[in-house]
Design a protein around this ligand. Structure first.
Ligand code: ZN
Length: 92
C-alpha cells in the first residue's frame, strides 16, 4: 500500500467514525446503503464494477471484465469493506 492510498483510506475511516459520533449509527447505515444503491431501480450496485445488474446488464454482457472506470473509485471499495468490518465489530 502506498502512502497516499493509506492516508486517504485512513481519513475515510475517521470520517466514518466522526459521522457515526455525530449522527448515530442508523443514519450512517442509511447513508452507506444509499451510496451502494442504483439511482434508477434501487437495486444494490455491484461493488466490483459500480454497475447495477438490472440497469447495466448490457454493459456487463458486452464487457464481462468491466471494472470501475476511475482508479479513485477503488479506495472507496476498500472503505466499504472496512465499514462492513467496523459494523461487525459493533455487532459483537
Ligand atoms: Zn438499476
Amino acid at each position: 500500500m502506498d502512502k497516499r492510498y493509506r492516508t486517504k483510506y485512513h481519513l475515510s475511516m475517521i470520517e466514518n467514525l466522526n459521522y457515526i459520533n455525530e449522527f448515530g449509527m442508523e443514519e450512517f447505515l442509511t447513508k452507506e446503503r444509499d451510496k451502494w444503491r442504483c439511482k434508477l431501480c434501487g437495486a444494490t450496485i455491484c461493488c466490483h464494477n459500480g454497475l447495477c445488474l438490472n440497469c447495466n446488464i448490457d454493459t456487463l454482457l458486452i464487457n464481462k471484465k468491466y471494472r470501475w472506470e476511475m482508479d479513485n473509485k477503488k479506495p472507496e471499495t476498500e472503505v466499504m469493506r472496512s465499514t462492513e468490518q467496523l459494523l461487525e465489530d459493533f455487532a459483537y
